[in-house]
Structure formats: structure tokens, C-alpha cells
Design a protein around this ligand. Structure first.
Ligand code: PBE
Length: 268
């Protein structure tokens, strides 16, 4: 029997940007003649990370703050070198640091924030009656609502967990007052939201990276080399524009990724 074609199995988390980045990675691998599949929107952070470490996928997009504060929480990670060591002990490497930060922020409709005089997260302490709606994962994550609650002493009376896109809709319709934003989401500009200043620095940096299983180097060297060349190629503005194509115009993430690779990297 013929040897199985060495392939690259890409995964992504269940939100727009992760799927777009997964497509960029899968198409980049495919451009080297390597078979590539993308298991889109596999699940939340834990599910996709475990799929990587168990060997069900080879590559997926992640964020440094998520690695340090959630996935590897409990391990002291002081700097970049320590992060790479902790990953490598798990058979994982950083193939590329993409060039932008997608941080969590708390957001309100600008008009509502201005009316109530809210500019910072600390200002929320004076308005305990506000209705909070957070992405399900944010409600439980060590770097999400639990971190904000203890850092700021917030004790909202109403906190709902919901789908990220539904949270934006509920905010726009006035059914919620405060949601967690991802800073590269296109809805922030579209819905005229304001991101509250994280005045007590609860959130870390969330630099977008591509994680890979280290054993992929031997299995698909050309694809890995191509994925490494994605380093530094995406600015926050470019990522927001790609998210907008999907979030606001409902373009397919595969098309958006193909356009990016063609225009920015000359990959056909
Ligand atoms: N995010 C925003 C990150 C954390 C901050 C949703 C892009 C994530 O872990 O997926």
C-alpha cells in the first residue's frame, strides 16, 4: 500500500478570527503541495488546546495571554523564553508570532457610557445595576470575569453567559449594558462601542501566535517553513478588516484568507 500522504491538520476556536487564521494557515500549508485540512471552529480554548496536545490536530492559532494566564496558569512564566520552554515540554512550539494583539476589553455603547460618565472599568463600581453579558468562555476563564471581579472588586448583580456574537446583538438592542470585546472585532466600530480603560491592568497582552506540534517539523517540513513565514505579516488593522469581511459582510473565511494570501504574500 502507498504511504499515507503526510498532511497538516489545522484546528481553530469557535470565533471568527480564529477560523480566518486557521484558513490562512491551512492554505499556506496547501500552497507547498502538502495536503491540509482545517477543522473549523472545533470548540473553546480547552478543547482546541487538548486536540493539539493529543495529536488530533497539528496547528492552531492562539494568543500569548491565553497561554500564560489560562492554559498554563499555575506555572510561573516570566518571559517569552519561559513560555517557549513550557510549551516545548508539552511537544508544542510557536511557529509564528503574527504581529497583532487581540485583547479582551469591557465594552459599552458609547452613548450609554458617556451618559453615565463611565470611561474606565473602575467607573463600573459606581453603577452596580448594569447588566453584564459575557462570552461563555470569559465567564469561567482565569483571565476573564474571575480576574476582573477580584482585581476591581466588581460584584455585578446580573451576569449572563452567552455566545460572543449574540452578546454584540444584545448590546446593540439595549438588552445588555456591558460585554467582553475582543479588540480586533469589527462590531466595535460598527456599533459605535467604547472599550473601557483597563485602569488596573487586569488583562495581559494577547499576541496572536500560530502553535504547532513539534513533531510536525519532520512530517511536513515545507509546510512548517511556509507557516513560519507568516511571522509579522498581520497588523491589528488588517486583522480587523478581515474580521469585518466575515462578521459584517458574511464573506466565507476561506475567501478572506485566500485574498489576504494573494494580496499580501503573493500566494496563489
Ligand atoms: N480572544 C481575546 C482570546 C483572548 C482574548 C478571544 C481572542 C482567546 O483566547 O481566544
Amino acid at each position: 500500500a502507498a504511504l499515507a500522504t503526510p498532511g497538516v491538520r489545522v484546528g481553530s476556536k469557535a470565533f471568527t478570527e480564529s477560523v480566518v487564521l486557521g484558513e490562512i494557515v491551512a492554505q499556506t500549508a496547501a500552497s507547498t503541495g502538502t495536503a491540509a485540512v482545517h477543522r473549523r471552529a472545533l470548540g473553546g480554548t480547552r478543547v482546541v488546546w487538548e486536540a493539539l496536545t493529543r495529536g488530533e490536530i497539528d496547528v492552531y492559532p492562539e494568543y500569548t495571554g491565553t497561554l500564560v494566564r489560562e492554559i498554563l496558569a499555575g506555572e510561573p512564566i516570566a518571559d517569552d523564553a519561559a513560555l517557549r520552554r513550557a510549551l516545548s515540554a508539552r511537544g508544542v512550539g510557536v511557529a509564528a508570532v503574527l504581529g497583532f494583539d487581540n485583547t479582551y476589553a469591557l465594552g459599552m455603547r458609547r452613548a450609554a457610557a458617556e451618559r453615565l460618565g463611565i470611561r474606565t472599568i473602575s467607573d463600573l463600581l459606581r453603577h452596580p445595576g448594569l447588566r453584564f453579558g459575557f462570552t461563555n468562555e470569559f465567564v469561567d476563564r482565569a483571565d476573564g470575569w474571575p480576574a476582573l471581579r477580584s482585581r476591581y472588586g466588581l460584584s455585578a448583580s446580573s451576569v449572563r453567559g452567552l455566545d460572543h456574537d449574540l452578546a454584540y446583538r444584545a448590546l446593540a438592542e439595549g438588552a445588555l449594558d456591558v460585554v467582553d470585546l475582543y479588540s480586533t472585532d469589527a462590531q466595535i466600530a460598527q456599533l459605535d462601542l467604547s472599550a473601557l480603560d483597563d485602569d488596573r491592568r487586569a488583562f495581559p497582552r494577547y499576541d496572536a501566535v500560530i502553535l504547532q506540534r513539534l513533531d510536525l517539523d519532520a512530517r511536513a517540513p515545507a509546510a512548517v517553513a511556509a507557516i513560519r513565514r507568516l511571522a509579522g505579516t498581520i497588523t491589528a488593522r488588517e486583522m480587523t478588516a478581515m474580521n469585518a469581511r466575515v462578521q459584517l459582510e458574511h464573506a466565507d473565511p476561506g475567501e478572506v484568507a485566500a485574498a489576504f494570501l494573494a494580496e499580501r504574500l503573493g500566494l496563489a
